[in-house]
Design a protein around this ligand. Structure first.
Ligand code: MIC
Ligand code: SF4
Length: 757
């Protein structure tokens, strides 16, 4: 099917045509009613009769679409091209959003990005044309916003090479964030393999009111479940409160489900979704969805008695939910906004924010912007002005053009805000700020989803808090973290005390959306003659050399390149910001390996001891030295290793530099799969205390690999410098198929073999 600027209704109808024949027999087989996620997954099973068990089986699924953003698409497409196929097997799109740096304003920054990244954009565009992918130019918007506006549909299933792909759950789609190698499977015609998820039900009662917004729902859920509480689970939202939330508000909630590690999050089809589809020119899809509405929500028996059907149920009363603000450093550190001031004073966090940022894929809908603008407008009328530099990133060209037409952008501009490009910008560290600000401890408030150290401006001095756009604007007007918009007042230019008025907004633009400047480039019907060139001297792109297959031998006495202390997210493993430049060049990006990781032996960040020469060096240099010397190694870590992004560079870099295993207390889902895909063994300590026993000069052996089998731990030894050993078990979640990848050297090597016949 040709790739177009929007999901064609025929594709949707084809998906729905299978529902009766798939879902009804599955219900019978299970002998119980089904939840929404179960229905959508069953409808997308590769083998309709496959057995599945929550949290146990790995199953093959057939997604309807693939989406990739520019920072991950490069590596995904470099892998895809090595399979030597004429076309992608399912409709796939590339979105240019991550590589645009925020510095001056949207227009200037976009021009600079077009020039500075031209080599990468040309590569992505020519690969897209050759292999039949749709290409969204820089400036057209952030992948998840564009997907919501154009491609998502209730009951569909997609994967995306970005952890916030679940944003499309706001339109009732099962949308899963994956590493590039998973996307390559699907684009080459293979199924997507994933562990059948557990199910967490979130029942929403009451109705949002006042300053509370959809963002506060997920900030609260993050508080309850923590950053790892959703691992291996799909979060399903339902209940009377769900119906009161707009489709874009639902998308905000699903989007930030990535921060609790969930496989994805999803809402059942309702009228709000129908309104959004109609307003974005997709009435036919809305009508098709209405016709199968009973398949697009959990069965009535499930809704009536959720405890019996979900693995865990959380209830949130929207009527009493207070506005929250989470951070710094971790998205699950939550409190109602009114409590932040006292906490900041106690902790010594700078009280006056250095910047306030509205936007990102999480919070840049028409509704978000109109609510935030309403606060600014009435504040201006009462003689209040913004005291903190305010920046706004519209999520897409369509949103930008519409809020411009409706005068909302002007409200921001009049308040002195900088309007940045329709792109990720400061959300992914593409933010050029004066050093005078970042060299000092400072705080920022954003309507984004992530707030790991160094995430936004590369500075560990910057403490980031995530909250709703409404709260961001309120704190910007106050110029202080110590302000509760519900109860406090501000002094206006006439010296009077005024309270901020409660935000009001419009769910959808009354006059409909205006598309603005179209950014979609369709592929030619036949691109087979087109050539894709990668210069051998490029510093940004490098063709991939297949990883070596496993040599059949156990791993003996490998040095511990890194034992990480505390959080070791994908940002710690493979930093973004300036390093986004090298996302298409494995060797060059490996220069950032573990630069953010904290060495458990010394407390230092990004450096450790080179066991070959005893010197202290940055981790990437040690890794390069080991690689060149042919010395394989392991890394050791704590809980939730690889939390955060889907970037497979965090798995490919260690693989490229010779890592054989990553041994930790627990893994984040996407990253664990990425390691398996690239042929690195992801092991977890059967006895978590072994982590503590590992010392700097120890070596680690991993044995019995010839008998590697699903469900059987591998036997490992810590070998101390004096020759004494400590045996321990390394658990793993490798299926037969994953073990095949390991033996072949990578999952891609198997695809290559099959493609070669
Ligand atoms: C992110 O939000 O961290 C990113 C940047 O969008 C990443 C993708 C990337 O690292 O390229 C993600 O979430 O997957
Ligand atoms: Fe871009 Fe930020 Fe969204 Fe990631 S979370 S896709 S960096 S806007």
């Amino acid at each position: 099917m040709a790739v177009t600027a929007s999901t064609p209704v025929e594709l949707v109808r084809d998906v729905y045509a299978k529902f009766d024949a798939r879902i009804d027999p599955a219900r019978e087989r299970l002998g119980r009613p089904m939840t929404l996620a179960e229905k959508i997954l069953v409808a997308h099973l590769d083998d309709p009769d496959a057995e599945f068990e929550r949290g146990v089986t790995y199953n093959d699924l057939r997604p309807d679409r693939v989406a990739m953003q520019d920072a991950t698409a490069q590596m995904a497409l470099l892998q895809f091209t090595t399979a030597d196929l004429p076309q992608v097997a399912v409709p796939s799109t590339v979105h240019c959003d991550h590589l645009i740096q925020a510095k001056e304003d949207g227009r200037i920054d976009l021009l600079a990005a077009e020039q500075g990244n031209s080599e990468v954009y040309e590569f992505l565009q020519s690969v897209s044309a050759k292999y039949g992918l749709g290409f969204w130019k820089p400036g057209s918007g952030i992948i998840h916003q564009v997907v919501l506006e154009q491609y998502a549909f209730p009951g569909g299933m997609m994967i995306g090479t970005d952890s916030h792909t679940p944003n499309a759950g706001g339109l009732g789609m099962i949308a899963i964030g994956v590493g590039g190698a998973d996307a390559v499977d699907v684009m080459t015609g293979f199924p997507f393999n994933v562990r059948w998820p557990k199910l967490i039900g979130v029942q929403l009662t009451g109705e949002l009111n006042g300053w509370s917004s959809p963002k506060d729902v997920i900030l609260k859920v993050a508080d309850i479940l923590t950053v790892k509480g959703g691992t291996g689970a799909i979060v399903e939202y339902f209940g009377p409160g769900a119906n009161s939330i707009s489709a874009t508000g639902k998308a905000t909630i699903c989007n930030m489900g990535a921060e609790i590690g969930a496989t994805t999050s999803v809402f059942g089809h309702d009228e709000a979704m129908g309104r959004y589809l109609a307003s974005t020119g997709r009435s036919e899809i809305a009508a098709a969805a209405d016709a199968v509405a009973h398949h697009l929500r959990a069965d009535d028996e499930v809704l009536a008695d959720p405890e019996s059907f979900y693995d865990q149920v959380i209830t949130i009363d929207l009527s009493t939910l207070e506005p929250h603000i989470n951070g710094p450093a971790t998205p699950d550190l939550a409190r109602p906004v009114g409590e932040l001031g006292a906490e900041a004073a106690r902790e010594g966090w700078p009280m006056e924010p250095s910047a306030a940022l509205v936007g990102s894929c999480t919070n840049s809908s028409y509704e978000d912007i109109s609510r935030a603008a309403s606060i600014l407008r009435s504040a201006a009328e009462s003689g209040l002005s913004v005291r903190t530099p305010l920046l706004i990133t519209p999520g897409s060209e369509q949103v930008r053009a519409t809020i411009e037409r409706d005068g909302l952008l002007e409200v921001f501009e009049r308040a002195g805000a900088t309007v940045l490009a329709n792109a990720c910008g400061p959300c992914i560290g593409q933010w050029s700020r004066p050093e005078s600000v970042t060299s000092e401890p400072n705080t920022i408030v954003t309507s984004y989803n992530r707030n790991f150290p160094k995430r936004n401006d590369g500075s560990a001095n910057t403490l980031a808090f995530v909250t709703s756009p409404e709260t961001v604007v309120a704190l910007a007007l106050a110029g202080s973290l110590d302000f509760n918009p519900l109860t406090d007042t501000l002094t206006n230019d006439a010296g009077e005390e005024v309270a901020l008025v409660v935000p009001v907004g419009e769910e959808l633009p009354a006059a409909g959306f205006t598309p603005g400047e179209s950014g979609f480039i369709a592929p030619p019907e036949d691109g087979s003659d087109l050539e894709v060139v990668v210069s051998p001297t490029s510093e940004r792109l490098q063709l991939l050399t297949p990883f070596e297959p496993w040599d059949g031998r156990d791993f003996t006495e490998l040095p511990v390149l890194l034992k990480a202390k505390g959080k070791c997210t994908t940002d710690h493993i493979s930093m973004a910001g300036p390093w986004l430049r090298y996302r298409g060049h494995l060797e060059n990006i490996s220069g950032n390996l573990f630069l953010g990781a904290v060495n458990a032996f010394t407390g230092a960040t990004g450096e450790g001891k080179d066991q070959l020469d005893g010197e202290t060096k940055p981790f990437p240099e040690i890794a390069r030295h080991y690689h060149e010397a042919g010395q394989p190694w392991v890394a050791v870590g704590d809980e939730n290793w690889g939390e955060g992004s889907s970037r497979e560079h965090a798995a490919m870099e260690p693989r490229f530099r010779g890592a054989k295993a990553i041994i930790v207390r627990s893994f984040a889902r996407i990253h664990e799969t990425n390691l398996k895909k690239q042929g690195v063994l992801p092991l977890t300590f059967a006895e978590p205390s072994v982590y503590d026993a590992i010392e700097e000069d120890d070596r680690i052996s991993i044995t019995g690999l010839a008998d590697l089998a699903p469900g059987t731990p591998v036997v490992c030894h810590v070998v101390k410098p004096d020759g004494t050993t400590l045996e321990f078990h390394g658990n793993h979640t490798m299926s037969e198929e994953h073990i095949e990848w390991f033996r072949a050297g990578s999952a891609l090597n198997i695809i290559r073999r099959r493609a070669a016949g």
